[in-house]
Write a protein that binds this ligand. Structure first.
Ligand code: BGC
Ligand code: CA
Length: 411
């Protein structure tokens, strides 16, 4: 996400001179720039210029919550969870993207909480187990769970990355097909369905789990998944997209206005917007990253989460346009069909932009499988409609790896 305008950077809002692309404020969101095998942060991307930030959520805290939520559910429903009564609580796991740090964290979080994790090179192995009906996979192990004096085995019966043939990851349709294949061969053994996100979770729930009354757990708290809790969807995690979408635009707004970066975040702005540190978000200066905090959404509290596109009360006041003049922001989303980004994040950005006097323009959607190394802004989608945009010299590198909004300027 890039803030544009005749003035940019924190040099102040009064300059009328033009600002080179490489100096414009940039905010990565959703997927943190990082190495897809080691997870190490990409500090070069995170420090692209002095007004570069990342906004996301605390992936590990959320992953632990997801694992705990599944475990709590199993314990609370122990009398009926083992559908075939063989003493084994079997679950299947839909993995979003094996190289994506959110996906890795969630796979590890669930395996750790359930006791099925194995260590590889010092950390939890997040690789897909494939099919593991016999419990012999090397990627996971059988766990022992004691509840009310009875001992059960917990087994990851199967897991795979849900990637379609065109290369799109977190692919809901692939998950729907996978549950069909799995249930055809070992359906009675599946007691719990777990997914790295709601898009895939809902696809498996609708295809099979709902009718068979098998609890399904996802992540994101998309509105459709929250509504499904009333129909037996086990639960989900809100990654506080309402806080993230606000922060994504807010850091750009602050950089464009040349004000302190904490304005409207930890420090109330003139309109009275502010968030609560350590309750709504945390900030790491070293990582140039804002992280929203996650909340578990289950049958106990889902009614508070029914609209995932609702703006957050604490930051719902419009800025004075005489002080924060309208600026354009280019938005890049990697995959138009990603459930979370299209049904939750983007609608939120489109609501906050009015409040912050920003104009979000969807610049480019690569549909994940589109492996172009750079994007010519004169090319696709909205740019076609905006003929006034200069084409020359506006090329961007597109970070691939199934990440989301990951666009940087090519210098
Ligand atoms: C979300 C997923 C989404 C992914 C895309 C994650 O944070 O939870 O639903 O598919 O981002 O990068
Ligand atoms: Ca069983």
């Amino acid at each position: 996400m890039v803030g544009c305008g005749s003035s940019g950077g924190s040099s102040g809002g009064t300059s009328t001179g033009s600002v080179a692309n490489k100096d414009k404020p940039l905010c990565w969101f959703n997927r943190q720039p990082s190495n897809s095998s080691t997870g190490a942060l990409d500090t070069t991307a995170l420090n692209f210029n002095k007004d570069t930030y990342y906004v996301g959520f605390d992936a590990n805290q959320g992953a632990e919550l997801q694992g705990q939520m599944v475990l709590d559910y199993i314990k609370a429903n122990i009398d009926k969870i083992d559908r075939n009564g063989d003493g084994i609580i079997g679950y299947v796991l839909a993995i979003g993207d094996i190289g994506h740090n959110d996906s890795i964290a969630r796979t590890c979080g669930v395996r750790t909480a359930l006791g099925t994790a194995v260590k590889k090179d010092g950390s939890v192995d997040s690789s897909p187990a494939g099919t593991n009906v016999d419990g012999k996979s090397k990627a996971v192990q059988d766990a022992t769970l004691e509840v009310n004096g009875k001992t059960y085995t917990v087994r990851e019966l199967a897991s795979q990355e849900m990637k379609n043939s065109a290369g799109a990851t977190w692919d809901a349709a692939t998950a729907g097909n996978a549950i069909g294949t799995w249930t055809a061969s070992f359906g009675k053994q599946i007691d719990v369905v777990v997914s790295n996100n709601d898009g895939m979770g809902m696809s498996m729930f609708n295809a099979w789990a709902k009718d068979n009354k098998v609890p399904t757990f996802g992540y994101d708290a998309n509105s459709d998944a929250v509504a499904a809790i009333a129909e037996g969807y086990g639960g989900t995690i809100s990654q506080h997209a309402d806080v993230q979408a606000y922060l994504t635009l807010r850091v750009l707004r602050n950089a464009l206005d040349g004000v302190d970066i904490d304005t409207g975040i930890g420090t109330p702005d003139d309109a009275g917007n502010s968030l609560t540190k350590d309750e709504d978000y945390r900030y790491s200066e070293e990582e140039r990253s804002y992280y929203a905090l996650n909340v578990a959404v289950t049958a106990d509290n889902y009614k508070d989460f029914t609209d995932s596109t609702k703006i957050y009360d604490k930051v719902s006041k419009k800025l004075d346009s005489s002080k924060s003049a309208e600026k354009k922001v280019w938005l890049n989303i990697y995959n138009a069909s990603d459930n979370f980004l299209s049904s939750t994040y983007q609608p939120l950005l489109e609501k906050y932009d009015d409040l912050l006097n920003l104009k979000v323009c969807l610049l480019y959607t690569s549909d994940a499988a589109d492996d172009l190394l750079c994007v010519d802004l004169g090319g696709r989608r909205i740019i076609k409609k905006k003929k006034t945009t200069k084409k020359k010299n506006r090329k961007f590198n597109q970070q691939q790896q199934g990440g989301n909004y990951t666009m940087i300027y090519r210098t």
